[in-house]
Design a protein around this ligand. Structure first.
Ligand code: NAP
Length: 256
């Protein structure tokens, strides 16, 4: 029987967008599992610092670093991995949660400018591509890695946003499936979680934000918004389940 290694304790997890709702929940959950953390933020550094402070008082034997990085800047992403190495003493993360995302709500293609399309793809698809490329050499050296992309119900045509956002998230799922096939034999798994209508986030702070849209709580079969912790539950499960790879998990309260 081959070695089964699903241990998170002692690993280093890079969580992007940890200043946001879903990223912060993922960071908390992975910390509870015993991981060290490298957290990114962009405009809301104070929120990420407060999270790092909250977690580090619980356990000072592990390290948490906070990094400001613009997902739209290739230079920032390269620097992020160098800074991670300086802080944690390893050349890349063992676990990559590519969660930072952008999605200005523009439902109609006729209103989506080319600049908006390009920017959305750069943040939601190009940045996870680059981060994966930068993280993979370390994972390959150790023959162990977990990569989880935070996609969206938009990837399968649902949700409340336009085709720019859908294209960026569907691209993420396609990239995940390709990478999963290529790396299953070297101990590195790739999966995504595809949420919909997760409240307590910058994208969807509360029910009012989705009133009158396809994501109105009235249309969600379970009758409420999801919460970031439910997304974190799936992410942690994917990190702890090395037999699962190449999967996109829809987390949508029953929405299609
Ligand atoms: N909430 C939902 O229902 C839902 C549904 C489907 C998919 N998602 C996906 O879930 C992920 C997390 O979003 P969320 O719902 O937690 O929303 P959120 O609270 O607004 O968090 C978004 C995060 O992304 C970061 N970010 C945005 N643009 C960035 C940029 N250019 N460079 C670096 N970081 C950037 C933000 O950093 P700063 O705040 O520091 O700028 C923040 O940490 C996103 O990929 C989103 O598309 C969410």
């Amino acid at each position: 029987m081959a070695n089964v290694d699903n241990e998170i304790k002692g690993r280093l997890a890079l969580v992007t967008g940890a200043s946001g709702g879903i990223g912060a929940a993922c960071a908390r959950d992975l910390w509870l599992q015993g991981a060290s953390l490298a957290l990114t933020c962009y405009k809301n550094r104070a929120t990420a610092d407060a999270l790092a402070q909250e977690l580090s008082v619980q356990d000072q034997s592990r390290k948490i670093s906070v990094h400001v990085a613009d997902m739209g800047s290739a230079a920032d992403l390269k620097q992020l991995i160098l800074d991670l190495e300086a802080e944690h003493g390893q050349s890349g993360p063992d676990i990559l949660i590519a969660n930072a995302g952008y999605g200005r709500r523009i439902p109609n293609i006729l209103d989506i400018s080319l600049d908006e399309f390009e920017y959305t793809v750069r943040i939601n698809l190009q940045a996870p591509f680059m981060l994966t490329k930068l993280s993979l050499p370390h994972m390959l050296r150790h023959q162990w890695g977990r990569v989880v992309f935070v996609s969206s119900i938009a990837a399968i045509g649902g949700g409340i946003n336009g085709c720019h956002y859908a294209a960026s998230k569907a691209g993420l799922t396609g990239m995940m499936k390709n990478l999963a096939n290529k790396h299953a034999h070297v101990g590195i798994t790739f999966n995504d979680v595809a949420p919909a209508m997760i409240g307590e986030t910058g994208l969807i702070p509360d029910e009012k934000t989705v009133e009158g849209t396809a994501g109105d709580v009235k249309n969600i079969p379970v009758g409420r918004l999801g919460v970031p912790q439910e997304c974190a539950n799936v992410v942690t499960m994917l990190c702890r389940t090395g037999y699962m790879t190449g999967q996109s998990i829809l987390l949508s309260g029953g929405l299609k």
